[in-house]
Design a protein around this ligand. Sequence first.
Ligand code: LLP
Length: 384
Amino acid sequence: MSLHNYSQKFKEIETPFYYYDIDLLKATLTEAQKQLGKGPYQIHYAFKANFNRRILNEILQFGFGADCVSGNEVRKAIEVGFDPQHIVFAGVGKTDKEIKIGLQNDIFAFNVESIEELKVLNELAGALGKKARFALRINPNVDAGTHEYITTGTRDNKFGITVTELVAALPLIRSLAHTEFIGIHFHIGSQITDLSKFELLIEKCNQVQSLLVEQGFSLPHVNVGGGLGIDYENPKDHLMADFKGYFDRFKKDLHLYPGQRLHFELGRSLVAQCGSLISRVLYIKPAANTHFMILDAGMTELIRPALYRSFHYIENLTSIKERRIYDVVGPICETSDTFTKGMSLPITERGDIIAIRSTGAYGEVMASHYNLREVAPSIYSDDF
Ligand code: LLP
C-alpha cells in the first residue's frame, strides 16, 4: 500500500521512526528465493544490513542462512533461530573471543581474511578440540564501480588475500591439523547496479577454482558474497532488485565442479526497499538560494547521505501543493547532516510528514546516539 495512505496514522505517532512494509519484505524474499531457483544454491542473509528482530523473523521463514561479521551477530543469529550449520562469519578483525563464539557453536564456516587469522583459528580450534571449517576470502582485484567506501575487492582494500598469497599458503593450509579448507569466498562491494561487474568476479572465481583444482584441492563450496544494488532514485517503480539478472549470470557463467555448492550473501537487496524513515517537519527556513526543510530525523537515524553522500528519495506524505526547491536537513549540529540538496517537493509546512525511502538496509543498524539523541523506534505495516 502507498505510504500516502498512512499519512494520517503517521501524524498521530511520535516521530521519527522507521517504518517497515512487511508485505513488501515478504514479496521481495519470495522473489529472491524464486529467482535463486532449485539447485546447489544457498542465500545467507547479511545481518549487517538490518538485524531488527521482526525483519529477521520474516527472513527465517525462507530458510536462508546468515552472514555475520561479529561475534554478537553470530550469537544473535543462533538466538533467533538460524541454523549454525548455515552461518558464515567474515571480517578482517575477528577477535579471539569472537572466533571462540563461532567455534563453540560449530558454525558452517569462517570466511578467513588473512593467513595470520588462519593460524590463530587453527590454534584456537585445537585448544577447544574442534576442527574449524573455513573459506578463504580472495581479493580478486576487481573494481565494482560503486562508491569507494563500499568497494571491497581491489588491491587497495583491506579485505581478503591475493591469489599469489593463496598459492604461497597452500602448503601451510595442507599442514594445519585443526582446520578444514572447504571453500573460497569473495565480496567485491555493495550497491552494485551495473551487473556486468559481477562478470569480472565470475571470471576471477573460475580462474581461482581451476588453479586450486590443479593443485589437487576439491573444495565443496564457493561463496560470491553480496552486493546486488537497488534503485534509490526511483524506488516506487523498482521496488525489487533485479534478482533474475543477478542469479542468472552466476548460474550461467560460474563454473561449478561436481558436488559444489554456490553461496550468496545478500543484504541490501533483500531489505532496503521495505523500510522508510518517517519524520516530521520542524521548521522551514528561507535561505539565499533555497529553503531549508528542517526535519526531526537526522544523520543519527540515517547516516548514509552524510557518510557516502548517498541519495534517498524523499516524499511529503501530507502536502500536494505546488512544488518548490528545498535542501532537506536534519537537526544535528553538523553541515553533513543533510539528506539532499535542491530537491523539488510540494510546498511544505511545519508538521508535515516526510518519508525518506529505501532505508531498510544500513538504516537503523547504523544509527547513533550522537547529541544524546533517543533511539528511534520501529513500526511495521501489520501493526495497523
Ligand atoms: N558479504 C560481505 C562480506 C560484506 O562485506 C557485505 C557488505 C555483504 C555480504 C552484503 O552486501 P550487500 O548485499 O548488502 O551489498 N553501509 C554501507 C554498505 C556496507 C556494506 C558492507 N558489506 C551502505 O550503507 O551502503
